[in-house]
Design a protein around this ligand. Structure first.
Ligand SMILES: [Zn+2]
Length: 106
């Protein structure tokens, strides 16, 4: 990696002024802080940091999806338990505890 010359700007093209219905693209005005494959980038446009941010966003989305899925399974189990109890389940306490144990580890 070369030393970045003072005043070197980020190479990324960013939307500038709007001309009619489209944007004019211009070079990012921030100072470069990192070199990647011979090109200079500011912190915001560094391809590696963008990749990392994308991966973090994906992980957050996956976690939220998984939580939603678990919640849905819990609601379905509760509904089934209520139906089972309504039709004379032999051990409603055990049934309820089983569902709670699965969801909350109680
Ligand atoms: Zn930039």
């Amino acid at each position: 990696m070369n030393v970045i010359e003072a005043g070197t700007k980020c190479c990324e093209r960013v939307p500038g002024a709007k001309i009619g219905w489209r944007h004019e693209y211009k070079q990012c005005s921030r100072l470069a802080v990192i070199e990647r494959e011979g090109k200079f980038y500011c912190k915001q446009h560094d391809p590696e940091s963008r990749k990392e941010k994308r991966a973090n966003r994906y992980a957050l989305w996956q976690a939220s999806w998984k939580a939603e899925e678990n919640r849905r399974d819990f609601v379905i189990a509760c509904e089934q338990a209520i139906r089972d109890i309504a039709f004379g389940h032999n051990d409603p306490v055990g049934l309820a505890r089983g569902i709670l144990a699965k969801e909350f580890g109680e």
